[in-house]
Design a protein around this ligand. Sequence first.
Ligand code: NDP
Length: 317
Amino acid sequence: MNKFSNRITRLFGIDYPIIQAGMIWTSGWRLASAVSNAGGLGIIGAGSMYPDVLREHIQKCKAATSRPFAVNLPLLYPEIDKHVRVLMEEGVKIVFTSAGNPQTWTPLLKEKGIIVVHVVSSSRFARKAEEAGCEAVVAEGFEAGGHNGREETTSLVLVPAVVNAVKIPVIAAGGIATGRQMLAVLVLGAEGVQMGSRFVASEEASAHINFKKEVIGSEEGDTQLMMKQLTPVRLLRNDFSQQVKEAELRGAPVEELKALLGRARAKKGMFEGDLQEGELEIGQVSALLDSILPAGEIVREVWEEFMNGLKNPLKMP
Ligand code: NDP
């Protein structure tokens, strides 16, 4: 497959501007190294890992690939300073931060020579990330799974808005799982894509097989953005999401929603495979997925479809 060169491939030292999202309970060293070995950028999702577990995943990833890989740090994490220490001690070179203020950790990470990319859901946050010294931003639209912006801006609107707002390169995310979708967002000015849901349905993802099967069996309309009062998160519909919906409809106070959420719901759903009582975070694009593939094959498929689309962009009948 032909390599490709733009600001994103050069920034990370990768062959294709295809980035696998950091996802709790799903993206450990196996998935990250498989994506990196295929020429994309794999990301270890630190949000569900205790600091020692993160260290183990980084070490295993380094052993499994000589290619660049990154770590995603959700800034809401309770022991973020310990994660940052682990990253530095292990010599991680690229960090994607999300769900928090980019000004808090970017200066220190940059001082240590780490490339920092921040995930944003609006042009305002994109400018803030650029000012904080981030070298790229991920513009993540309303379609995305898991944590999401409150404004509900779709990728089709968000990507060009963020591209206009900043000078640093933009990675599009939210609703992308195919090469033609990648082509569409690159036409809008993005220089790379970040895909989460497509890689949940991969052999190397550490998510439970029940969850992976549920993802590829889902249809349009099966996900919904919920819990805007706490932290907005896109979930697959199940008994748990129905309980949240009913509570939200009757205007339940934040404390009640917190109590309903309880602890470790995401682990129960995505890692332990409890499809009714667990929290199942996935993007709208799951409706387009119908296979669980090796991650390297996903990278190749997306890239091939993108390159073919470039030659013949309009699918005219
Ligand atoms: P909960 O408070 O419900 O549960 C905490 C979970 O995180 C438990 O399952 C626990 O594992 C695990 N965990 C890992 N490290 C720690 C730690 N240092 N202290 C306590 N628990 C820890 O949180 P959630 O499961 O909803 O979210 C966990 C984290 O993931 C948060 O930091 C959140 O910001 C992040 N997150 C990131 C997302 C993303 O898209 N990147 C999406 C959603 C959440 P155990 O059960 O083994 O103790």
